[in-house]
Design a binder for this molecule. Structure first.
Ligand code: CAA
Ligand code: NAD
Length: 283
């Protein structure tokens, strides 16, 4: 299957990045969110990133203009009617994702693939609310999308070989390296990563070291590009907590228990970089 037209739902940090690389690959791409103000702000952000790439000589002015011309702002899910694939990148919440997939199932043409960028939620369960579970799949990009090479591809119980192959080929077309992972809570990426982040939050909670020193240990001691607390802020603490909750419930194992300090920060609205405050403060 060749993808000519796509929709990305959720113009947050992930959806914006996914739409950007799809448009850069020549795919006409709707970027959808609950209102156009959010979408247009994200497109302005993408324009700034592309201008930086032009200044660095990584792309030409023409390539930047072409990419922007292929990004179509949308506030109506109905725009997905003629799309070949929809990639959902909204909040990490099963009820909200399921209701979106139910609507998409009615709107989209039968051949359209419905993919989710979920970090941890079961693809099989999302697929089950649709009448096309064979065409539902997990397409898990990493943040920041234009930079990170990996896409985890997660097949639900009913996902067909044809759907898997189409999404694997699309990932390669988008210059990513796909890795197939079974449909388990948190997949591989977050099953490993979030345990480190949660443990770092426990270290802070127990007064083992300061925010800066915990991050320094992992940056200087393990050569990680960001410390775990800075990375948690970058991902979004609401997303980190949602992933931990999915794994805690999904594996029914106390080793996945989210740190109480993480819950408290989320309740306070300290969601990390996107909220201006998390473990660090941002302008
Ligand atoms: N969007 C697009 N490009 C970005 C970007 C963004 N938000 N942030 C940085 N970049 C680009 C910069 O433009 C720059 O590009 P060039 O090489 O062409 O100049 C490049 O990334 C490096 O940026 P900087 O020099 O400004 O900063 P840096 O060297 O500190 O790198 C980083 C920034 C790439 C984010 C790096 O700190 C890093 O790799 N951090 C870890 C990221 C990570 O672990 N991601 C996975 C998160 S978990 C996940 O995604 C799964 C989940 O479900 C939660
Ligand atoms: P975000 O908070 O930056 O953005 C979410 C966007 O979705 C917001 O703009 C919001 O307005 C929009 N939205 C919410 N409900 C919607 C609806 N019903 N219809 C249309 N738009 C809606 O979140 P994010 O960090 O981009 O994460 C999005 C998804 O990607 C989540 O499932 C998350 O787990 C996953 N993910 C996140 C990361 C990360 O590092 N943040 C990495 C990989 C995957």
């Amino acid at each position: 299957m060749s993808v000519k037209k796509a929709m990305v739902i959720g113009a947050g940090q992930m959806g914006g990045g996914i739409a950007q690389i799809m448009a850069a690959a020549g795919i006409e791409t709707y970027l959808n969110d609950i209102n156009l103000e959010i979408v247009n702000n994200r497109i302005q952000f993408i324009e700034k990133l592309l201008s930086k790439d032009v200044a660095k000589g990584k792309i030409t002015e023409e390539q930047k203009d072409k990419t922007l011309s292929l990004l179509l702002p949308s506030e109506n899910l109905e725009d997905a009617a003629d799309c070949d694939i929809v990639v959902e990148a909204i909040v990490e919440n099963m009820d909200i994702k399921s209701s979106t997939f139910q609507k998409l199932d009615f709107i989209c043409k039968p051949s359209c693939i419905l993919a989710s960028n979920t970090s941890s939620l079961p693809i099989t369960e999302i697929a089950a609310v649709t009448g096309r579970p064979d065409r539902v799949i997990g397409m898990h990009f990493m943040n920041p999308v234009p930079v990170m090479k990996l896409v985890e591809i997660i097949r639900g119980l009913a996902t067909s070989d044809e759907t898997y192959e189409a999404v694997r080929d699309l990932s390669v077309e988008l210059n990513k390296t796909p890795v197939e992972v079974r449909d388990v809570p948190g997949f591989v990426s977050n099953r490993v990563l979030q345990m480190m982040i949660n443990e770092a939050i426990y270290c802070l909670y127990e007064g083992v070291a300061s925010v800066e020193d915990i991050d320094a240990v992992m940056k200087l001691g393990m050569n990680h590009p960001m410390g775990p607390l800075q990375l948690a802020d970058f991902i979004g603490l609401d997303t980190v907590l949602a992933i931990m909750e999915v794994m805690y419930e999904g594996y029914a194992d106390c080793k996945y228990r989210p740190c109480p300090l993480l819950r408290q920060y989320v309740k306070a609205g300290w969601l990390g970089k996107k909220a201006g405050r998390g473990f660090y403060t941002y302008e």
